[in-house]
Design a protein around this ligand. Structure first.
Ligand SMILES: O=C(O)c1ccccc1NCC(=O)[C@H](O)[C@H](O)COP(=O)(O)O
Length: 226
């Protein structure tokens, strides 16, 4: 397991859709443990270019884990995206097959690997179990996208999914599970009580419509999961 655990036992906070160095510093000052840098996507408000991702990852250095969000699907293309941006962690937003995850792990043994499942129905518990059983995932992230929509949605939707399914996935998996999708300061306490994930991932619930991080929202978010 290459993700940190907090000494105080509190769930991890991943602040996503980080835009630049200043935004990263604001998130870290507000208690973020992980930072999400969104690469090219078919839709959504968060993407930044690979040059900026590499710059922000260098700026963050060892202060936190900067996670590249990639929509690439094959192990070779994912590895190339990681290489271009120089990150130590990748979130694969288009759910990889167990075989693809194992292949990527073999190619990059020390990379932090976080496959995403967009929770839609009870079959996703089996999808999570199959990824978990590979032993190749450092965490599994549960989100609310619609990968098969005409224009695929792979995250950053601001929508909550069925948390009873997420709770079943947490119970079924050995890997830590991160919960995402429509989390806000006013609902994350309920999410903690119902799902008991190892951490939370949040973008739109902490940002203005222009994408700026609101420190006061991050403070309330963190206080709600103590
Ligand atoms: O933000 C985007 O544009 C985006 C597009 C495609 C995949 C992921 C994307 N962002 C990731 C995130 O914002 C979070 O990891 C997660 O999806 C939660 O987002 P939100 O529901 O807005 O809190």
């Amino acid at each position: 397991m290459r993700l940190p655990r907090r000494a105080d036992g509190r769930p991890l906070i991943k602040v996503c859709c980080v835009r630049d160095e200043e935004d990263a510093d604001r998130a870290l000052a507000g208690g973020a443990d992980l930072l999400g840098l969104v690469g090219r996507m078919p839709s959504g408000p968060g993407p930044i270019d690979d040059v900026t991702i590499a710059r922000v990852a260098r700026h963050v250095a060892d202060r936190a884990i900067a996670i590249l969000l990639t929509s690439e699907r094959t192990p070779d293309a994912i590895a190339a995206h990681v290489d271009r941006t120089g990150v130590r962690a990748v979130q694969i937003v288009d759910t990889p097959s167990p075989d693809a995850l194992v292949a990527l792990r073999a190619m990059l043994p020390s990379l932090v690997l976080v496959p995403v499942i967009h929770v839609q129905d009870a079959r996703d518990v089996d999808v999570a179990r199959a990824l978990d059983e590979t032993g190749a995932a450092d965490a599994i992230l549960l989100d609310s996208g619609r990968p098969s929509a005409a224009i695929p949605e792979l995250g950053g939707t601001g929508r909550v999914h069925d948390w009873s399914l997420s709770a079943a996935i947490v119970r079924a998996c050995r890997a830590p599970v991160l919960l995402a999708g429509g989390l806000r300061p006013d609902n994350v306490g309920d999410a903690l009580a119902q799902v008991r994930p190892a951490g939370f991932d949040v973008c739109s619930g902490l940002r203005t419509t222009d994408g700026a991080l609101v420190p006061e929202r991050l403070a309330r978010f963190a206080a709600a999961i103590v």
